[in-house]
Write a protein that binds this ligand. Structure first.
Ligand code: ZN
Length: 258
């Protein structure tokens, strides 16, 4: 599942391909968008910015119109040179934007909508997002205030996945962050200090930043998807169990995070 670093990385690549380049065509191949007339509404407008917030990506056009997307579990962005083969089937494309040099494609995009810039500021779902974990300066006070107003009996691992507390952390970075900070993801919020929860976020921020900048591969994990394998630090078997309302599998070392 794409997490904040993946979306920020996509925003950078999409921006490099589109900003300031004449747009040759915009297509929305899925029937759901057939009546939206986006190609007509966006015709002749240049892309002035592409940015990400948490797992949301915004392509901002001249004249106050913005394409907002959220990939949920399976979506992805591709940026290809014209004529280059796409890595997913064209049948799964929801949005294709072409310039003379590039094709920018969103695949499997369940949330894709055209809105005014002002609506991106006041939309209820977007306004409810917590601070972006990848913001240059994380608003730690706001993050802690949101977390402390959450259900105190919630496990810290589950609470970190809630985008209303902090935006951009997904299941993988949650598990890795809890390991790096030595915090059991099952501990209740009421039993975790501010310093401890900040330690988790401060541990993942530079790693996510490096990943967003394309500098680190996501392959080597401490605990994520390593159930039953020996902990890389102490040799104890990594445990795994579904957590929270969505039953997302969380991974932890019972010794390092005891
Ligand atoms: Zn361990």
């Amino acid at each position: 599942m794409p997490e904040g670093d993946t979306i920020h990385s996509a925003a950078r690549r999409v921006g490099a391909a589109l900003i300031g380049r004449p747009i040759v065509s915009i297509e929305t191949p899925q029937p759901r968008h057939a009546l939206d007339r986006w190609p007509e509404r966006l015709e002749g407008r240049a892309v002035r910015a592409v940015d990400a917030r948490g797992k949301h990506l915004f392509i901002r056009f001249e004249g106050d119109l913005t394409l907002h997307s959220h990939l949920r579990m399976t979506g992805g962005w591709g940026v290809y040179r014209r004529g280059e083969r796409w890595r997913r089937s064209p049948r799964r494309a929801w949005l294709v934007i072409r310039t003379d040099e590039h094709e920018v494609v969103e695949f499997d995009g369940p949330v894709l909508e055209l809105m005014t810039d002002s609506r991106t500021r006041f939309d209820r779902r977007l306004a409810a997002l917590g601070p972006d974990v990848l913001a240059p300066e994380l608003d730690e006070r706001r993050f802690l205030a949101l977390l402390r107003s959450d259900d105190h009996t919630r496990g810290v691992g589950d609470a970190l996945l809630d985008q209303r507390n902090i935006a951009g952390i997904g299941n993988m970075w949650k598990a890795e962050g809890c390991f790096l900070a030595g915090i059991d993801p099952w501990r209740r919020l009421s039993d975790v200090s501010d310093e401890e929860v900040l330690a988790i976020v401060r541990a993942v921020r530079p790693l996510m930043r490096a990943s967003a900048d394309g500098g680190r591969l996501r392959g080597e994990h401490w605990v994520f998807e390593r159930a039953g394998l020996p902990c890389r630090r102490c040799g104890t078997r990594i445990r795994a169990r579904g957590q929270g309302d969505d039953n997302r599998t969380t991974y932890w070392c019972p010794k390092c995070q005891g």
